[in-house]
Design a protein around this ligand. Structure first.
Ligand SMILES: CSC[C@H]1O[C@@H](n2cnc3c(O)ncnc32)[C@H](O)[C@@H]1O
Ligand SMILES: [Zn+2]
Length: 438
């Protein structure tokens, strides 16, 4: 595909500025040139005057397969939500269920400007198939626990997943291990996972320091904080994508290596599950690169990174009484280049630069949220809506054009998800009845 966005504007997220009247040429999946006005024969020419080109968002922590549980189990704290509502249902999920739920989450993501995700769930080979089908980029991490005595089998599953899916879809898909949390993995198992991470690509994804309960339990069981505990188990040896980090201490911010430890801010989920508010500005002041993520559809309850950006910006100001805390350009970096760094792919995604992959979201500047055309970076953080995302390209290919998904049919996905959810509930009720739980 050879595309030129003519006379357009784009965001340079690294400099934190908008550049105007540029022709952006996309060829062989990459950004081939950014220049002044010129024309090239044979290319698809798109009038870019009313578009703002933004690097596709990187949703650095999610559970795509959880979309069945949207608006199903709300107004609970993390522990009650997981143990009483979510885990009993997840036990009945099939491989097909995960394919369709993930597909729906990916569609939601693309429709709101996301091009890359970092997912943690089960049956990740099905998530890989969905990603390739819809054309989305992702780091697929199998969530690991050993409390059921099947920890070793799951490690083998990660090895097989890596062999079969890493690099799939012309490198759309990458694979990594994911210890779910310190309260679902034994210390020895975490050591095994860190060892496996070293054998693979050296990146690990986990939940860390999410709730007060996790902090109190770590203190009672191990006499330390969750991050210090993981550190003592060998976390310093790998690159870590650490979701939540709501209760990360200043001592831990000094302890971790900013080149290897990447906290992911999940403001909606942390508020909804009453976990708290992560000290994001403090982390950044300490030199950490903080990424942004939605978490799953049951704790958020959507996959819209624009909402996460908005919330991240407002929360930082509200908790600090400092209007300059986490400015719009900082928030935009969190949603793009910082996520790319966390995933280890900043050499190819996360910003609009010549030579990088063309993962680009095009916002419609003729929408109310961008009117009048004042500070466009502010608009992205404070007023933009998902409906403003007009086109999305991943690897130089349209996956959304004029707000229509190109490779999949959204109505088919919705219908399949409705049907599968009903079947899931039926299976759960039958099993409860057999076990005498009803
Ligand atoms: C083992 S696969 C992933 C596992 O994580 C659960 N989950 C979803 N959101 C959260 C969260 O905020 N904290 C901890 N665990 C979470 C999900 O339901 C899966 O069981
Ligand atoms: Zn999570």
């Amino acid at each position: 595909m050879h595309i030129i966005f003519q006379d357009t504007q784009y965001v340079d997220v690294v400099a934190g500025e908008v550049l105007y009247h540029k022709d952006i040429e996309i060829k062989d999946g990459k950004i081939a040139a950014i220049a002044g006005a010129h024309t090239l024969k044979g290319a698809e020419i798109i009038d870019g005057r009313d578009l703002l080109l933004v690097p596709g968002f990187v949703n650095a922590h999610t559970h795509l397969g959880m979309s069945y549980f949207r608006n199903y189990a709300d107004d609970m704290d993390l522990n009650t939500w997981l143990t009483k509502a979510i885990w009993p249902l997840e036990a009945h999920l099939t491989r097909d269920d995960i394919y369709w739920a993930s597909m729906l989450s990916m569609a939601e993501g693309i429709l709101s400007g996301t091009t890359t995700f970092c997912d943690m769930y089960y049956h990740m080979d099905m998530v890989a198939q969905a990603a390739v089908a819809i054309g989305m980029r992702g780091l697929l991490t199998r969530g690991l626990t050993d409390s059921d005595g099947q920890g070793d089998e799951k490690l083998e599953e990660v090895r097989m997943l890596y062999i079969n899916s890493h690099g799939l879809g012309d490198d759309l898909v990458e694979v990594a291990p994911a210890p779910h949390a310190i309260y679902t993995c034994s210390g020895d198992y975490i050591k095994d996972i860190i060892r496996l991470t070293g054998e693979l690509d050296g990146v690990l994804h986990t939940h860390l320091s999410e709730s007060k309960k996790e902090m109190e339990d770590a203190e009672a069981l191990y006499g330390t904080t969750p991050i210090r505990y993981m550190w003592n188990l060998g976390l310093d040896q790998v690159r870590t994508i650490a979701a939540h980090c709501v209760h990360m201490t200043e001592e831990e911010m000094d302890l971790v290596d900013p080149e290897k430890f990447f906290p992911v801010h999940n403001p909606s989920s942390n508020l909804k599950l009453a976990s708290g508010i992560a000290p994001v500005q403090k982390m950044m002041d300490k030199g950490l690169t903080v990424a942004l993520g939605t978490d799953g559809d049951s704790s958020n309850n959507n996959q819209n990174m624009l909402e996460e950006m908005h919330l991240a910006g407002l929360l930082a100001k509200g908790v600090s009484y400092d209007p300059e805390a986490l400015k719009a350009e900082d928030v935009l970096r969190m949603a793009t280049i910082n996520g790319a760094k966390a995933l280890g792919r900043d050499f190819e995604i996360g910003s609009i630069e010549v030579g990088k992959l063309a993962d680009i979201s095009c916002f419609n500047l003729n929408s109310p949220s961008f009117t009048p055309r004042n500070n466009l970076i502010s608009a992205l953080c404070y007023s933009a809506q998902a409906e403003d995302v007009k086109h999305v390209l991943i690897g130089g290919k349209f996956v959304l054009k004029d707000r229509k998904l190109i490779r999949v049919d959204l109505d088919d996905i919705r219908e399949e998800v409705e049907r599968k959810f009903q079947q899931l509930i039926d299976r759960k009720e039958l099993s409860d009845a057999i076990n005498g739980d009803l």
